[in-house]
Design a protein around this ligand. Structure first.
Ligand code: DAK
Length: 254
């Protein structure tokens, strides 16, 4: 049985972590399947937006599979998808649709996504410190960049969990919805993004992510490069034409 359900609905890819009996812990097998799904999504021109979510009632993901841990040197240890293929290195957008536990490597995976939508039953944390470890798939680096420093320190150093409303208040997620509205909300957002010019969307994401590491001047230069690329696309011409003709644009990712 697949431990990642990978489905395609029109231009939307849906990747569902599917080990509900283990709270969707990121085993080596699951990581490999998620990696394959991400590569397929990246390379399939028909797909424009991805949603990552978790199967079952209880979790997005409770993190790396602790039962698979082999203490000792790094060599030979399974790699997490967050270090092999990163959603923040693929310029097509990713939405994380999160419910229940979103812990450890699960939160690190969610933080590689661009948009995080949380169900009201979500709980977030980096509990690695409880088991003599530390977040090793980006948690110590992304969390302090995403939320206020004091909150990042509290979450990282106590290992305690925060609820969905707290995650919303510190900016870790952009919206909280009732549990039964999670996938409909994520799908609606994905469909909205699919109505936008896909090359423009990808240029935006790339400029946003790469620009974060740059000075303002360097970032503005990068932005100008992306603008020049977009100006040369058929979709830009179509978007402007559709506006003038007062009709919806028909984008082709060209
Ligand atoms: N791994 C494996 N199995 C897990 C799991 C996990 N992370 N979390 C839960 N499970 C399994 C439980 O063992 C249990 O299985 P059975 O005993 O029924 O076989 C089943 O899921 C249901 O869990 P519980 O019975 O524990 O359910 P509770 O409601 O009592 O508790 C819980 C839910 C989420 C509070 C608890 O399960 C829990 O504390 N889970 C562990 C959460 C955690 O510590 N997550 C962080 C894992 S460490 C690396 C980079 C990154 C990482 C590692 C390496 N490198 C670059 C090398 C990342 C590390 C992590 O994420």
């Amino acid at each position: 049985m697949a431990v990642v359900n990978y489905e395609k609905e029109g231009r939307i890819a849906i990747m569902t972590l599917n080990r509900p009996e283990a709270l969707n812990a990121l085993s080596a097998e699951l990581s490999a399947e998620l990696r394959a799904a991400m590569i397929d999504f990246r390379d399939d021109p028909e797909l424009w937006v991805a949603i990552v979510t978790g199967a079952g009632d209880r979790a997005f993901s409770a993190g790396a599979d602790i039962k698979g841990f082999r203490p000792g040197p790094r060599e030979g240890q399974p790699e997490l998808p967050t270090e092999v293929v990163r959603a923040d290195k693929i310029w097509k957008p990713f939405i994380a649709a999160i419910h229940g536990y979103c812990l450890g490597g699960g939160l690190e995976l969610a933080m590689t996504c661009d948009i995080r939508i949380a169900a009201d039953d979500s709980q977030f944390g980096q509990p690695e410190i409880n088991i003599g470890f530390l977040p090793g798939a980006g948690g110590t680096q992304r969390l302090p960049r995403f939320v206020p420093r004091a909150w990042a320190a509290e979450i990282l150093l106590t290992g305690d969990r925060i609820d969905a409303q707290t995650a919303l208040s510190i900016g870790l997620v952009s919206r909280v919805v009732p549990r039964d509205q999670l996938m409909p909300t994520a799908m609606e957002m994905a469909k909205t993004i699919c109505t936008r010019a896909p090359l423009g969307v990808r240029a935006c994401k790339e400029a946003m992510i790469r620009g974060y590491e740059l000075s303002l001047e360097e970032g503005l230069t990068l932005e100008r490069e992306k603008v020049a690329e977009c100006r040369a696309t058929e979709d830009f011409a179509e978007g402007a034409r559709a506006f003038v003709e007062k009709r919806p644009p028909n984008y082709k990712a060209k």
